[in-house]
Design a protein around this ligand. Structure first.
Ligand SMILES: Cc1ncc(COP(=O)(O)O)c(C=O)c1O
Length: 394
């Protein structure tokens, strides 16, 4: 039986979500049509919006459905940047190092094509952005916006989001958080956080890929990325995916209902995995915060001395276990983790990165199966040594 320890990449559909999704797929009607078919579709869509809003501590009117996390992040970073620039703000975009590509590349595009200047802030050795570092950066001059990861998808670090939002508010800068990795694993309360915008993605919480949401606070202006029929208050035109929204809504409600129990179960499995790996594999080093309240409960990320993460990944795959190196693969070419480098991990150590991410359905038996094969897999990969295939970071 294949074992899936890559829930940070995507999650299996929850049975309740699948059922609601399939039922909603057979509904006929465009949610923008005024006839009764359209209105029935619109009711389902708006109920889904209410569910997503409730699970995230936002108002339904603040929830804009998108095609997923990447689009939500782009809509936030570019949309807020454009609105702020039109309102006379300066061109600075303030980000910590090691942001997800959705944020880093959206900001880089604004820099390359629209005159933005990116100010990259350092992470500490556990992947955290200190609020004082953000305060200092914002005190140095006007910023168009700030963007941070609520939870780091590679090393599992939870950012002090509320303190970061306070620092941004004090400087009058809007702040967006990519909560794609956080939603469903830790409490995410948009209103209480003080954020201006938040991005989430359905396929990370047991719903299908292809839908996500941008939560945009009422007082935060954003120019739309997508123009057309003016749906969703003109912020994201296009016929809305009612079935996707229904599935996302059900998954969001379940995530909120099950959060405490789910997180506690994952943390126990994660601790078993971390202890087991550190005990059985010489040269294994846990990256990110120690297991505890500052780390995603389902995340365990290590570097293994003297070998390549992608060799480990392939050997584990042969053993029937799916994991990830954590860093993005750009068109199939592995790259060194920008997160580890931003945390000050030397390049030769960063090459041996491997992330195990646990989720609904992970069992003790899965963890134990991994622990049985991992020592031999690491030894074999160490004999092969480092390959020179990894290109330098872009
Ligand atoms: C932290 C983070 N942000 C954004 C994304 C992109 O989300 P999506 O796959 O829905 O486009 C991912 C997906 O891996 C992620 O982990």
């Amino acid at each position: 039986m294949a074992i899936y320890l890559d829930h940070a990449a995507t999650t299996p559909l929850l049975p309740e979500v699948l059922e609601a999704y399939v039922a909603a797929l057979s509904i006929v009607g465009n949610a923008s049509s005024i006839h009764s078919h359209g209105q029935a579709a619109k009711r389902m869509l708006e109920e889904a919006r209410e569910r997503v809003a409730a699970a995230l501590g936002g108002d339904p009117i603040e929830v804009v459905f998108t095609s997923g996390g990447t689009e939500s992040v782009n809509a936030a970073v570019k949309g807020i940047y454009w609105a702020r620039r039109s309102a006379g703000a300066g061109p600075r975009i303030v980000l910590p190092g090691g942001e997800h590509h959705a944020t880093a590349d959206a900001a880089a595009w604004l820099e390359a094509h629209q005159g933005a200047s990116i100010e990259q802030l350092p992470l500490d050795d556990e992947g955290r952005l200190e609020p004082a570092a953000l305060e200092r950066a914002l005190a140095a001059g006007d910023a168009a916006l700030v963007s941070v990861l609520w939870a780091n998808n590679e090393v599992g670090t939870l950012q002090p989001v509320t303190a970061l939002a306070e620092a941004a508010a004090a400087a009058g800068a809007p702040i967006h958080a990519d909560a794609v990795a956080a939603f469903g694993s830790v409490p995410v309360d948009f209103r209480a956080s003080g954020l201006s915008a938040l991005s989430v993605s359905a396929h990370k919480i047991g719903a299908p890929a292809g839908i996500g949401a941008l939560v945009l606070a009422r007082g935060t202006a954003a120019e739309p990325l997508v123009h057309g029929g003016g749906q969703q208050r003109g912020l994201r035109s296009g016929t809305q995916d009612v079935a996707g929204a229904v599935a996302f809504g059900v998954a969001a409600s379940l995530a909120a209902e099950r959060l405490a129990e789910h997180a506690a179960a994952l943390a126990m499995l994660r601790d078993r995995l971390v202890e087991g790996v550190l005990a059985a594999v010489p040269g294994a080093r846990l990256r990110g915060p120690a297991p505890g309240p500052e780390r995603l409960p389902g995340n365990a990320h290590f570097t293994f001395e003297g070998c390549d993460g992608d060799s480990l990944l392939l050997l584990l795959d042969l053993a029937g276990i799916s994991v990830s190196t954590g860093a993005a693969c750009q068109a199939g070419v592995p790259e060194l983790s920008a997160v580890l480098l931003a945390m000050g991990v030397p390049e030769h150590e960063a090459r041996g990165a491997l992330r195990f991410s646990l989720g609904a359905g992970t069992t003790e038996a899965d963890v134990d199966a991994l622990l049985r094969v991992l020592p031999a897999v690491v030894e074999r990969a160490q004999r092969a040594g480092h390959s020179d295939r990894l290109p330098a970071l872009r």
